[in-house]
Design a protein around this ligand. Structure first.
Ligand code: PLP
Length: 378
């Protein structure tokens, strides 16, 4: 059976070039980077060359990049370390942040270590800068965490403007950039933010590896305690294969950024047009149908109420189409999407997120549309 993968915001397939580098290293370069012999030195070089290349791609210094096990760890590290080390007593985020941000912040709030405020968002998930200013006027030197792009509905925040507001109030800003690093250019010489988080499996790299960017103006103590790896900031023997794989994936992403972005936008536009013309009553969450003003890899679709909608995700899976879902009305259960329940609380419609990569094709989109037509129209 034909299988179609439209869940790239959950994870992307590893690029073949990345697999071949990792495969070669797994065979040849098995030394521990902390060992002083030649195998160790080779492994250490792999780690440090990767750090340097990643830093170059983001136009920052290698000293600002620390490898982590992925986006969740990077988010948790920024939140827990900055709040503790800077004696922060007030934090701000939005209700549509990823759980890797919401849960550590809520944990600190439950333990009464901080007071947590939620900045208002509009119906598309865009942060109200006025409300952010208001919260910061009352609580300067807060810790603020605003995600760059939302993984479910594709809303992109004006993070530079948010950074300016935070700077004005001496607040520390963390941005969860897990969905945007490798998909948008970053120039960290010009963009003076405190923390960013990245995850390789969102840009055709391996799972279980990512990094945190920490501005040189920030001074925090380690999240984990142990050996001296990552300049004492993140102990544990480095996952050299994954680090090298992530570096290769990011190099490929930025080498081909213009071409791949254009191609993926065409796929997304095609799907929007087809859905609008072929499936009556379809809507789009947030502003994700606005190609140039949303995360171009994500299309979050609201399907009309229909006997088939309840099982839509399951039915698509049976037909060989992998995507992801979550409906607002299921928010009382553990399965609901916290994002859709905020954006569209009363809806009984089915929300399905289709998310694209450079490996998808127009044929795959057409196939998916035909299957949706069979489900909704026949
Ligand atoms: N933040 C966002 C916005 C994400 O989409 C994800 C992954 O789904 C994460 C954080 C967590 O990243 P990881 O899977 O690398 O822990």
């Amino acid at each position: 059976m034909k299988r179609i993968y439209l869940d790239n915001a959950a994870s992307t397939p590893i690029a073949p070039e990345v697999i071949s580098i990792m495969h070669k290293m797994m065979i040849e370069d098995f030394g521990n980077p902390s060992s002083i012999h030649s195998y160790g030195r080779t492994a250490k070089n792999i780690v440090e060359n990767s750090r340097k290349k990643i830093a170059d791609l983001l136009n920052t210094s290698p000293g600002s990049i620390f490898f982590t096990s992925g986006g969740t760890e990077a988010d948790n590290m920024a939140i827990n370390c900055a709040i503790e080390d800077y004696n922060i007593t007030h934090a701000i985020t939005s209700k549509i942040s990823h759980h890797a941000v919401l849960y550590p912040l809520q944990n600190l709030a439950n333990k009464k270590k901080i007071k947590l405020s939620y900045v208002k968002i509009d119906k598309n998930g865009l942060v109200s800068n006025d409300h952010l200013e208001e919260l910061l006027n009352k609580n300067p030197r807060s810790f603020v965490s605003i995600m760059h792009a939302n993984n479910e509905i594709g809303t992109i925040q004006n993070i530079s403007r948010i950074n300016e507001i935070c700077k004005k109030h001496n607040a520390i800003l963390h941005s969860d950039t897990v969905q945007t690093i490798g998909h948008y250019p970053f120039d960290l010489q010009k963009f003076d933010i405190d923390f960013l988080a990245a995850s390789a499996h969102k840009f055709h790299g391996p799972k279980g590896i990512g990094f945190i960017y920490i501005s040189e103006n920030i001074n925090i103590s380690p999240f984990l305690r142990g050996g001296g790896q990552e300049r004492n900031m993140r102990p544990g023997t480095e996952n050299i294969y994954a680090i090298a794989g992530m570096c290769k994936a990011l190099e490929l992403a930025y080498e081909n950024l213009t071409k791949d972005t254009k191609y993926i936008k065409e796929l997304k536009s095609h799907m929007i047009n087809k859905l609008r013309t072929e499936i009556p009553g379809v809507n789009f969450y947030g502003n994700c149908a606005n190609i140039d003003n949303s995360l171009y890899t994500v299309l979050s679709v609201s399907f009309p109420e229909h006997s088939a909608s309840e099982m839509l995700l399951f039915n698509l899976d049976i037909l060989g189409i992998s995507c992801s879902g979550g409906s607002a009305c299921a928010s009382g259960s553990t399965k609901g999407s916290h994002v859709l329940s905020i954006i569209d609380p009363d809806s009984r419609r089915s929300g399905i997120r289709f998310s694209f990569s450079k490996y998808n094709t127009i044929d795959e989109i057409d196939f998916t549309i035909n299957k949706l037509k069979e489900i909704f129209i026949s």
